[in-house]
Design a protein around this ligand. Sequence first.
Ligand SMILES: [Zn+2]
Length: 220
Amino acid sequence: MYQLMQRRLSGLVSLPCGACGALVRHSAEPLCAACWGGLYLAADPKPIKLSFTAAGCSWLPYGTPEVKRVMGALKFRGHHSLAVQLGIAMSKALPRPEVDVLVPIPLSPVRQYLRGYNQAERIAHGLHLEWGIPVAPGLLDRRAWFAAKQSARAEADRPKIYGAYRADPDPRWGGIRIGLVDDTLTTGSTLNAAAEECLKKAKVAEVTPLTLAYATRRGL
Ligand SMILES: [Zn+2]
C-alpha cells in the first residue's frame, strides 16, 4: 500500500533529469542521481593562471560524456536552475577564494535574449549562496556593438575578444579583489581580456578566475 502510494506520488512530481532525460523523483532536483554521480566522479579541479589574473580554479574537465551532457543542458536547453545548483556544487568542491565580490562574464545581449539568462551569472549566484560572497554584475558589461561582429567570426579569433568588455570606472571598485566567473575555460582569452579590462578601467586590485568546467584535449 505504502509503495503504491509512493509510486503514485512520485509519478505526480517526477520531472525529467536536465541532462539525460531520466525521470527524477524529486521535482526540485535538476539532475538524476546518476548524472550527479557522474559529475562528482569526473571532477578534477585544475588551477587556472592567466597573464592578467591571480591563481584561480576550474572544477570539471570537459572530456567526459557526463560533463559534456550537463554542460550542453546548461548552455542550450534553458536550465537556469541547473546553473545555480552547479554553482553550489562547485563552491563545495573548491576552496573559498580570497575575493570581495564575484563578477560573472557577461553574455552578448543577443545570446542572453536567446537563452533567457546568463549561465555565468547563475553559477555566480550558486557560489554566492554557499560562500556568502556578493555578486557584482554591474562591474563588467558587454559592448552591444561587439555582438554582431563576434557572431560573424569564429570565437577562436582571439584578438577580437579584446574590446568586447567594458568595466565600470566607478571609484567604488578601486582596490577590491574580484572572482571572475565563467562556465567554461577554453583558451582563456575571454577571461584574460575581461580581467585586463577590470584591472585597467575599474582599477580592481586582483582578479581570480573561477570556471565551472575547462576544455581538455578530448573535450570541446
Ligand atoms: Zn540524468
